[in-house]
Design a protein around this ligand. Sequence first.
Ligand SMILES: [Zn+2]
Length: 321
Amino acid sequence: MRTLRRPSITPPTLADGGKAARFAENLRKRWQQGKKLTFSAHWTEGDVRGALAAMQGWVCAYCLRKIDDKCKGDVEHFRPKGGVAGQPEHGGYWWLAYSFTNYYLTCNACNQKDKKSVFPLIDEARRITYEDRSGLADEPRLLIDPAIDPVDDWLDFQKKEAWLRLVPSSSASETARRRIEESCDCFKLNGSSALFQARNRAIDAIEEATKGGGDFQKIRRRASRYQAHSHIYRWALVQAGLNPPEPAEELLWHLETLSEQIDFRIEMLVWDSSDKFNLRLKNEFLWTLAFLWAEQYWQYQVKTADVGLRAKKLLEEKISQ
Ligand SMILES: [Zn+2]
């Protein structure tokens, strides 16, 4: 997991007047009448997925596996919408089914196999219901929310036998430690040989670069929060006494990847303009571009203003096309 900054703009599908907002209103009526609740998957719309990719890239928000053409990824409800595991009387956080702040883009395994409707609390008596929904921020959740919790400061790695395990850092409080341990268990962050192998490959890459005279720029790119398994690359760079990327650099690289992807999908559509797969992806990528533009992320990158300006220029060029 990495610290993420969620776009402040609500995707049109979910905003007032959007089709999901209308559906949510019907949901409220059904709940008031005591009827069974069913959900329509408006969260799969291109603007919603595009906004999530602006925040986190094409990487699972929990385990940092790559989301690509093979693993399309799911839009996951952080607080489960249709029922909470082990709490049958609760009924789920149905009123957050169309709330953008409750969404993450995740790999299929994290959403469908590991998390499902799991949402444990430190104190079950304080679980929030629709009637007391204004107190949601104070609900003592156990899972880490990467757009709220300072994950980058809380997580560390520790070598155990041949593997690098994700552990709480020394700056994590007692509660933060519990949350990290619970999240690692839930998403099997220390229970998958594929994740362990990805971490070891990062260490090997740094060692190789050190021996070969040091082409660390490639590794710094891998340490960007928009890249798969970026936390281990970042950690390994710091361990080796090298500079990890600044947020502005990460943003610029994110934009470059996005720009290449848009061009590639457009090229594919020249061959077959009815290719639904590439039409969908092009639509999502254009939404990502729009969100990056609308949020004007580069304004926050004062430390490396030149990189921020290059990102702005790239965005302007892409928008004007
Ligand atoms: Zn995952």
